[in-house]
Design a protein around this ligand. Structure first.
Ligand SMILES: [Zn+2]
Length: 109
């Protein structure tokens, strides 16, 4: 993983902890080398350690970006259908639908 991606991961963990703290500190661990998942989390008893796979192919990365973008837009479609209006771009309605879309997609996988 490039220095820039490591910085992105570290900053994301730091930013999330500032706005949504967890019961224990969340830390970024050393990248791992094997497995299908792009990242995982382990609880040590004192902290949560998030690790990202060392090597991520361009195809995997792009698939992830496209999947996230579709989930994002699908949540808009769900809200607009329910409210019968194209309103409130990323408000609470959208956030709840995004959470549902995310859960259904990952729950089924
Ligand atoms: Zn949007």
């Amino acid at each position: 993983m490039s220095k820039r991606l490591q910085d992105t991961a570290r900053e994301t963990v730091r930013d999330l902890q500032m706005v949504l703290p967890c019961a224990y500190p969340v830390k970024l661990g050393k990248p791992f080398t094997r497995g299908d998942d792009i990242a995982d989390t382990e609880f040590t008893g004192k902290s949560y350690i998030i690790r990202v796979r060392e090597r991520i192919t361009m195809e995997e990365a792009l698939a992830s970006v496209v999947r996230d973008a579709i989930m994002h837009e699908y949540a808009h479609a769900r809200v607009w259908g329910r409210l019968q209006a194209m309103t409130g771009d990323h408000d609470g309605h959208w956030g709840m639908e995004y959470a549902r879309v995310y859960r259904e997609l990952l729950g089924v996988a």
